[in-house]
Design a protein around this ligand. Structure first.
Ligand code: FAD
Length: 426
């Protein structure tokens, strides 16, 4: 139920949020700041106060950020905002007929709106020898603490998977003086996420810093001594010595609870353009949700980024508070830091795109523009925040340059974005 009081919308519905991570936290906070007066239960599986994950593979692992710096808010925030935070008490069942959830402790909560913000977990490396000491993945504070403990003395580290987390980890470990090998099954790093031009640039950066990149190679087994990993066996039988092995081969969305509750799941909990499941009292946001994106010609996508979790949370909060916005269409963006290289991406690439490069990768400052059917859909920027911000504006405006116009001498994203802004103002 909601009612308009003056300009402010007041809703006293009971909202239960499953998952107290980036998206769940933001939803609770946005509901309160938007005027929600009803109960908000934020139910988390972890003991920690809600925290941000990006520093786990960057500053926190490197030791330049402490645990306090990870927290999204201190404990007083939740009391002040009357957000009931349930820690280390995961939801184990959802009863949509009774509109209630049951937690591991046996407690039940009734809802008017239920939001899945359950995130994802690391994909297991399906090879023999995974369950030995020294083998881990990186998703939560506990993983990062374990890894930091292992990296307290010089180590030979093998990272399986040349994705963002693997490469960020490689950068921190190399900077800390460890020997690092990255094994990637495809023929380039970040193959599913970025252009060949950006992959190639990052591979050069990592190789120059002393990381060994083994591309087009897969891991077939892990061998150990006395229960501790000692070697990584690759296809063809070659063995790479290792004291620490990190599996960074992607994540699996936490959808089981939703599936058991009779909701549709595919590569995520399936929601529509308003982030609603077919049950109009149940939504899903963040890493666990897949939705039709206007930035991908309505293809169903599942995005793994802070921006996506936060913006989807804000959208759902506004909807619960009575907004009639027809669809979630925030421009997707993402960042990654590897050594001193700052990568920023805006938009989504098409599967079979055309590309052009603005600037010179040799200078460490450039952008890759990616086009779908002649229109700009994605910009990857390295060391160029101005291009990134301009790209976000352009992609959000719907007025995007064509490959032809962007290829004209003197073209810059900044000038194009300014032109669009001036046209709007006129
Ligand atoms: P999460 O933040 O993962 O929160 C989900 C929460 O739900 C978890 O705490 C989980 O324990 C809980 N949960 C699951 N099941 C239940 C249940 N049944 N009951 C209760 N609670 C449950 N993104 C970027 O944009 N830039 C980066 O540089 C970047 N770096 C990253 C580095 C690392 C190491 C990692 C792991 C992620 C990184 N990300 C980055 C991704 C980003 O952190 C995620 O996309 C974001 O956290 C997604 O938010 P979420 O709320 O969907 O999921």
């Amino acid at each position: 139920m909601w009612a308009e009081i003056g300009a402010k919308v007041m809703s006293n519905d009971a909202v239960v949020i499953i998952g107290a991570g980036q998206g769940g936290f933001q939803l609770a906070a946005s509901l309160r700041s938007g005027g929600h007066t009803g109960p908000i239960d934020l139910v988390g599986a972890e003991f920690h106060l809600p925290y941000q994950r990006p520093p786990l593979s960057k500053e926190y692992l490197a030791g330049s950020m402490l645990a306090d710096g990870l927290q999204l808010r201190g404990s007083t925030f939740f009391a002040e905002k009357r957000i009931r935070l349930h820690r280390a008490d995961p939801v184990v069942a959802v009863d949509r007929r009774r509109s209630s959830v049951r937690m591991e402790s046996g407690a039940t909560l009734r809802y008017d709106h239920l939001v899945f913000a359950t995130g994802a977990r690391p994909r297991n490396l399906p090879v023999p020898g995974m369950n030995q000491r020294g083998v881990l993945s990186l998703r939560d504070i506990g993983d990062a603490d374990k890894l930091a403990g292992l990296l307290g003395v010089p180590r030979r580290m093998v990272i399986v998977g040349g994705g963002f987390i693997g490469l960020e980890l490689a950068a921190v470990a190399r900077a800390g003086g460890h020997s690092v090998t990255v094994v990637e099954a495809l023929d380039r790093t970040l193959a599913r996420a970025v252009s060949p031009e950006l992959s190639s640039h990052l591979e050069t950066v990592h190789a120059e810093r002393g990381t060994q990149l083994l591309l087009g190679r897969s891991v077939s087994a892990l061998h150990g001594r006395s229960g501790r990993v000692a070697e990584v066996e690759l296809d063809g039988g070659v063995r790479v010595p290792a004291d620490v092995v990190v599996a960074g081969i992607g994540i699996v969305p936490n959808v089981e609870l939703a599936a058991e509750a009779g909701l549709t799941v595919a590569n995520g909990i399936v929601v529509d353009e308003r982030l609603l499941t077919p049950d109009d009292r149940v939504s899903a946001i963040g890493d666990c949700a897949c939705f039709p994106s206007s930035h991908a010609r309505d293809r169903i996508v599942r995005l793994e980024s802070v921006q996506n979790a936060v913006d989807q949370a804000r959208f759902v909060a506004a909807r619960i508070l009575g907004s009639n916005q027809p669809r979630y269409d925030s421009v997707p963006w993402f960042w990654s830091h590897q050594f001193d290289v700052k990568i920023q991406m805006a938009g989504l690439p098409a599967l079979d795109d055309r590309r052009m490069v603005l600037g010179d990768p040799g200078t460490g400052r450039f952008s890759v523009l990616r086009f779908d059917d002649g229109l700009l859909t994605c910009v990857e920027s390295v060391g160029n925040p101005a291009d990134h911000m301009a790209a976000r504006k352009i992609l959000g405006s719907g007025d995007t340059p064509t490959l032809e116009s962007a290829s004209q001498p003197g073209f810059t994203l900044k000038a194009f974005a300014k032109r669009g802004a001036e046209a709007c103002a006129a």
